[in-house]
Write a protein that binds this ligand. Structure first.
Ligand code: DGY
Length: 323
């Protein structure tokens, strides 16, 4: 019997490819070429499945041009690269890779918060540039993390992981804003209390964004929200580009309307707004919050599980739609 054909759209662990090859005829992008949409469509011709990352946009145009496609398995928990409604309408299954990256991503959110509040990269750049001449009482003085108020916008699994680290590890007061309140037991476990977005922005010393991207969450933080924050506050975005208005944030950082920011995700990444590159009080990382080898392996495995589960056994592991 002919094996189903799949496309692996970005380079991935060789053992993931080997596992997929046991079940499928695999075309993979192990050279990690950047494909245009037209190239992606061309590569998807005749394929029943696609192993995707957040970089491949699967929309109505792609779906219309790839009639044999039955499943797209994202090696990411976020899936704003999928038009899930269009996929459902075309009967194409969408799957993501939740849970396996929760703790790793929460670790990184906390690391970015600490680097931002304590000005770690800014001071390292200063030292490497040979500018360190003497000790000074206020040199790179940042803000405290222990005992401070941590405001988390988006209290899913990763947000809860960050809350636990802050409350249990650093004695922070944790407030959160979310579409819906957590149940009382989960709030108690996270030692977190609910706040409106406005209350949170006005009172938090550190604001961390972990909200999924959608039209509704576009520019959750813009000029108006930044204006509510304390001038000593920091802002961390490990969610998605587009949750923050990067131009407005760069202006707020430049004018010291907030103290600092830590960003792992950007509007239009891998491009970064030039104004952000020009301000010193921002820590910038290239979308690496889930990047540890064990976690990336687990994400790849889960995407592969979904392809095998659906195309071979008829049962995906983490479906996003009923297709
Ligand atoms: C995710 O899993 O959504 C991470 O952002 C990696 O893309």
């Amino acid at each position: 019997m002919n094996k189903p054909k799949i496309l692996v759209a970005r380079s991935v662990f060789p053992e993931t490819i080997a596992r997929l090859e046991a079940h499928f005829e695999v075309e993979s992008n192990q050279d990690d070429q950047s494909w245009s949409k037209a190239q992606l469509i061309q590569k998807l011709q005749g394929k029943q499945g696609a192993f995707t990352t957040g970089s491949e946009r699967i929309d109505a145009e792609v779906l219309a041009a790839c009639p044999e496609l039955k499943i797209c398995a994202n090696m990411a928990v976020g899936y704003n690269n999928f038009d899930v409604d269009a996929m459902t309408a075309r009967g194409v299954l969408a799957t993501n890779a939740p849970d396996v990256l929760t703790e790793t991503t929460a670790d990184f959110g906390f690391a970015l918060l600490m680097a931002t509040a304590r000005r770690i990269t800014e001071s390292e750049h200063f030292l490497r540039a040979g500018k360190w001449q003497k000790w000074s009482y206020d040199m790179f003085a940042g803000s405290d993390i222990h005992g401070a108020t941590l405001g988390i916008i988006g209290m899913g699994r990763i947000g809860q992981g960050i809350a636990r680290r802050g409350a249990h590890g650093f004695g922070m007061k944790v407030i959160y804003h979310n579409r819906s309140r957590l149940d009382a037991q989960l709030e108690a476990e996270c030692k977190a209390s609910y706040a409106t977005k406005e209350e949170l922005l006005k009172t938090a010393d550190h604001v961390v964004l972990v909200v999924p991207y959608s039209a509704a969450s576009h520019h959750t933080i813009g000029a108006a929200e930044l204006a509510l924050m304390k001038p000593t506050a920091t802002l961390v975005n490990i969610a998605r580009g587009g949750i923050v208005d990067d131009a407005a944030l760069a202006a707020a950082l430049r004018d010291k309307r907030i103290a600092a920011a830590g960003l792992d995700v950007f509007e239009g990444e891998p491009n970064v707004h030039p104004a952000l590159l020009g301000v010193p009080n921002v820590v910038l990382t290239p979308h690496i919050a889930s990047a540890t080898i064990p976690t990336r392996r687990a994400m790849a495995e889960l995407a592969a599980d979904n392809l095998v589960g659906f195309l071979v056994d008829g049962k995906p592991v983490t479906p996003l739609n009923p297709a």
